[in-house]
Design a binder for this molecule. Structure first.
Ligand SMILES: Cc1cc2nc3c(=O)[nH]c(=O)nc-3n(C[C@H](O)[C@H](O)[C@H](O)COP(=O)(O)OP(=O)(O)OC[C@H]3O[C@@H](n4cnc5c(N)ncnc54)[C@H](O)[C@@H]3O)c2cc1C
Length: 466
């Protein structure tokens, strides 16, 4: 039986999309930068169906592009050019299977949006802490496969830190049942770790068991004006020193970035958004913020500050940060970068990026924001005023490799939380050691010898490295 007909027999008419207009939104990445055709989009409803799809694709030699909410920023979840591919969407695998308050864990299918996991946890009086602007659409499987971070990594860690167990369909169609809720399990290799951050190149995650945390009872947020990234770092250190792990959020934005997110309550060259959480139901976080900000204002590391006086005001302050990526896209987009450097090099990173752009690409506008407390900034470059993003095409590679080279020279990474996908392959070839690439290729060979899962992503082809 031909491939698509066999797929329809397996999933039913509604489980397979073949028409170009139905496939289009699945074939295009979030920013609309890449679009290549797939043979079809498969919408399985159960793990067993995913397993059957894998066997069918293996028999027909058709590659599988796993896709969650398709909010990834490196085109990992959309097809590559000139390859027969099936998009396997997890949209219909969206059941929360179990919530266990005694084990402080939740088991949910890959297609459950992250925000729904958080809501389910909150309803039960718990916290699921991974949170970012796209989490209403981004799904559990996609977030695990990119090891997503977000705004609360500082205190709770990234996606990897939340995963207790996984259920994964392997390249031969076998189902690996690893949905344990064990915080400790030293029985040989920790196999689930291999799939986290693997961008769908080693297996298809169908469900996950996640750790839940106690829900904070009191939270206080403040927006603080600072003069520079160096001052922002000084302020971060001061707050961290007194608040410790209660400092659950520390986001940095330069003034141009802030303007893309909304209208700030006061003008400053740069801003720090801080949030302190407490497990006790009292005014401690607010008092702590007031105290530390009074010192910062007196010492001059802060020029101005507002502390949210209500839950609504707190959300409004967080919204200013959250809306930046969408504001940037609406304003024409940017060359995006997702670097990380050791905390002690953060101010150097910003200063060197600013002088690199001023010197080599004058007129280009920097849009710098991100997770300062994690050493992770998005150093995005917008075209000169009045020009479209396309105007940067001739210098795109030079700008990106310039920014990435600064991060690497400071002991950092060229991809902190977005992954590699299709967009960061040349950086992988340039900066990843031959030993690391060799180990990754051997892992790929062991898990997916036929190259069925997500070809053209994550691992650069050998010739790029030579
Ligand atoms: C506005 C905006 C803000 C963002 N902010 C942040 C942020 O603060 N921090 C951060 O870390 N990221 C952020 N991101 C990017 C983030 O990585 C993705 O949003 C999210 O992690 C991917 O989830 P998704 O379901 O959309 O996955 P997709 O984009 O569909 O896929 C991502 C990757 O995972 C693979 N994949 C998807 N599902 C599975 C599965 N079930 N099994 C195996 N592989 C699978 C895909 O093949 C692809 O390689 C942001 C994105 C946007 C648009």
């Amino acid at each position: 039986m031909p491939f698509v007909a066999a797929l329809k027999t397996l999933l039913g008419e509604h489980g397979v999309l073949t028409e170009a207009q139905d496939r289009a939104a699945f074939e295009r990445d979030w920013r609309g930068l890449v679009q290549h055709p797939a043979l079809a989009v498969a919408l399985p409803k159960a793990t067993e169906q995913v397993s059957e799809i894998v066997k069918l694709c293996a028999a027909h030699n058709i590659a599988i592009v796993p896709q969650g909410g398709n909010t990834g920023l490196v085109a990992g979840g959309v097809p590559i050019a000139n390859t027969p591919q099936l998009i396997l969407s997890f949209n219909r695998m969206n059941t929360i299977r179990a919530l266990d308050l005694e084990a402080d864990s939740i088991i949910a299918e890959a297609g459950v949006p992250l925000a729904r996991v958080r809501e389910a946890a909150a309803t039960a009086g718990r916290l699921f802490p991974v949170s970012f602007a796209a989490d209403g659409t981004a799904q559990l499987g996609g977030a695990i496969s990119t090891n997503a971070g977000g705004v609360q990594v500082l205190s709770y860690g990234n996606m990897r830190a939340q995963v207790l167990g996984l259920e994964v369909v392997l390249a031969d169609g076998a189902i690996w049942h690893g949905l344990h809720a064990l915080p400790k399990d030293n029985t040989g290799y920790d196999l689930k770790q291999v799939f986290i951050g693997a961008e769908g190149t080693l297996g298809l995650i169908t469900a996950a068991c996640l750790r839940l945390h106690p829900a904070p009872r009191a939270m206080a947020a403040a927006l603080v004006g600072t003069g520079s990234a160096a001052q922002a770092m000084a302020l971060f250190r001061a707050v961290r020193q007194v608040a410790g792990p209660a400092l659950t959020l520390c986001e940095f934005m330069t003034a141009p970035a802030m303007q893309l997110g909304g209208t700030p309550p006061f003008a400053a060259p740069a801003y720090l958004l801080l949030e302190i959480s407490a497990l006790e139901d009292d005014a401690t976080p607010q008092a702590l913020l007031e105290r530390v900000l009074a010192t910062a204002l007196a010492e001059g590391t802060a020029s101005d500050a507002v502390i949210a006086q209500s839950g609504q005001q707190r959300l409004a302050l967080l919204g200013l940060r959250e809306h930046i990526p969408e504001g940037e896209l609406a304003a024409g987009g940017a060359l995006k970068h997702d670097i990380a450097v050791p905390l002690g090099r953060m101010a150097d990173m910003v200063a060197q990026a600013e002088s690199f752009i001023a010197q080599h690409h004058p007129g280009c506008r920097l849009n710098i924001f991100g997770h300062l407390g994690d050493g992770n900034l998005h150093i995005n470059v917008r075209p000169p005023s009045g020009q479209s993003l396309a105007a940067l095409t001739p210098v795109k590679a030079a700008i990106t490799s310039g920014i990435e080279a600064i991060a690497v020279s400071l002991g950092g990474s060229f991809s902190a939380e977005h992954g590699i996908g299709q967009f960061r392959l040349s950086a992988m070839a340039a900066y990843k050691s031959p030993e690391s690439l060799d180990l990754m290729r051997r892992l790929k060979q062991a898990f997916d010898p036929a190259g069925l899962f997500n070809p053209g992503k994550t691992i650069p082809p050998e010739r790029l490295h030579d």
